[in-house]
Write a protein that binds this ligand. Structure first.
Ligand code: GLN
Length: 488
């Protein structure tokens, strides 16, 4: 079996024991990327030289009897809205085409310190705004399960890279579902941590009160391993939490006795019946393991999506004001002095969806409309949080589908932003409430992956991972897309 198709945990164990070399693992990953990526377009940048020299360093340290850390020799892909020193960080936008950050994001620093090999940067919707990767200024990503279909978004490049076996793990970011929805559409595991669990320093901001960085992997344990490396307080991000980082890895032998979960009736409304039946199978798996599953109600659910789109556009309009041709990226030549240069740069640098969101956000924050839109949205957000708090008095976690639909055809939703926004109907609430949530594969619906979501109490990533693991162990899911040779 090729070394790059081992799990992250297996690679790290074998590298630390000197059974395989980090260099060979890295070479194999690069070969696989070179073979598959011209078709999938999951990567925007591949760093062959640096990743190979880092791998050789790791091998030397092992040879000297050192332990390079829990990610020893593990190739990892980084979503291109997270800064890696010396590599481009475009965030999928023309406006950052020439931007090369001089520093590592805190998560990247921690990955390096744990012995991980940063192999490259993955494709995404521009500024992480989208659910299909079609809004990337650099061309769409294809779903490894069906090349005519989208991988989901916005972390679709990371999802496709992991699902196709190019890398065992990747980082994504999740503002309204961007880790979980592509994980669901590509048949992998995606974990959005509690807001504050992971530092956002070095993440190119979209909506700061919602953004979180998290793991994407082919199994729950690898997702837990990566979270353990990146989690924890960071003085460079004042919203990062001092909550201690527990041991997230669960080990095997999971049972669900004593755990109560709620399945909200609202979470099955409008869901593809085939996905619903896969979710019900996962529910049976949980029940068989001893989990008590109850039907619950979360009546504020229909308000989560409009609330999210008011808040995220408002925050985006403020965060994206810095791209003006002065500080970062491209600068357009234009007449009309400074203002002319600003507007020409923004006109040429931003894509249509990003412009739409900046305009919407500016509108909802403008005098006269602020109270009706933004302020009301923040009130609804509090109500949604309160509703979760109340539910968590009865149950330990909330379950349901991750996405109401499976991967759709490239181009299918491009004419209709509202249809694209509907993709997030089941994921945004966890971001509004800042809760941890995972998506794990729960079967195939018409040959395409379906995802099962578990939302937990604040900082209860361990519960979420444990429930995800029970589903993973109890469900039969193909090891990877056909023809890709991805082992389980
Ligand atoms: N698809 C959602 C949006 O377009 C979520 C994006 C994200 O989580 N970054 O806003």
């Amino acid at each position: 079996m090729a070394e790059d198709l081992l799990s992250a945990i297996q690679i790290s164990e074998k590298v630390r024991q000197g059974l395989i070399r980090a260099e060979d693992v890295t070479v194999a990953a690069i070969q696989r990327i070179d073979a598959l990526d011209p078709d999938l377009h999951a990567f925007l940048h591949i760093d062959r030289e640096d990743s190979l020299s880092t791998a050789r360093e790791i091998d030397k340290r092992v040879a000297h009897g050192e332990d390079p850390g829990p990610l020893s020799g593990v190739p990892i892909a980084i979503k291109d809205n997270i800064c890696v020193a010396g590599m481009p960080a475009t965030a999928g936008s023309r406006i950052l085409e020439e931007y090369v950050p001089p520093y590592d994001a805190t998560v990247v620093e921690r990955i390096r310190a744990a012995g991980g090999i940063v192999i490259g940067k993955t494709n995404l919707d521009e500024f992480a705004m989208g659910s299909s990767c079609e809004y990337s200024a650099y061309g769409p990503v294809r779903n490894p399960w069906d090349r005519e279909r989208v991988p989901g978004g916005s972390s679709g490049g990371s999802a496709a890279a992991v699902a196709s076996g190019m890398v065992p793990i990747a980082l994504g970011s999740d503002t309204g579902g961007s880790i979980r929805q592509p994980a669901s559409l590509c048949g992998i595991v995606g974990l959005k941590p509690t807001y504050g669990r992971v530092s956002r320093y070095g993440l190119i901001a979209f909506a700061s009160s919602l953004d979180q960085i998290g793991s994407m992997a082919r199994n729950v344990d690898d997702a837990a391993l990566l979270l353990g490396v990146i989690a924890g307080r960071d003085a460079k991000d004042s919203t990062s939490s001092g909550e201690p980082t527990p041991r997230f890895l669960s080990g095997s032998g999971n049972h669900g006795k004593g755990i109560k979960v709620g399945l909200p009736v609202e979470y099955l409304e409008g869901v593809d019946p085939q996905i619903e039946s896969k979710v019900r199978e996962a529910v049976t798996v949980l029940e068989r393991s001893g989990v008590e599953v109850r039907e619950i109600r979360l009546p504020r659910t229909p308000y989560a999506l409009p609330c999210y789109y008011l808040i995220c556009t408002a925050e985006a309009s403020s965060n994206l004001a810095r791209y003006d041709g002065v500080h970062y990226g491209i600068r357009a030549e234009a007449s009309g002095g400074m203002i002319g240069m600003y507007s020409a740069t923004r006109e040429q640098g931003f894509g249509a969806e990003v412009k739409l969101r900046i305009l919407l956000g500016t509108f909802v924050l403008s005098a006269g409309f602020y109270d009706a839109y933004y302020k009301n949205a923040t009130r609804v957000r509090t109500q949604i949080r309160d509703e979760f708090d109340r539910a968590f008095q009865e149950v330990d976690a909330i379950i349901g589908p991750t996405s109401p639909i499976t991967a759709f055809k490239i181009g299918e939703k491009m004419g209709d932003p509202i249809q694209m926004y509907q993709c997030d109907v089941l994921t945004v609430a966890a971001n509004l409430a800042g809760l941890p949530a995972i998506s794990v594969p729960c079967g195939l619906a018409d040959g395409l992956p379906a995802g099962f979501q578990v939302v937990g109490k604040p900082f209860a990533e361990r519960d979420v991972l444990r429930l995800g693991m029970i589903v993973e162990e109890g469900i039969s899911f193909p090891p990877g897309p056909q023809g890709m040779g991805v082992p389980g």
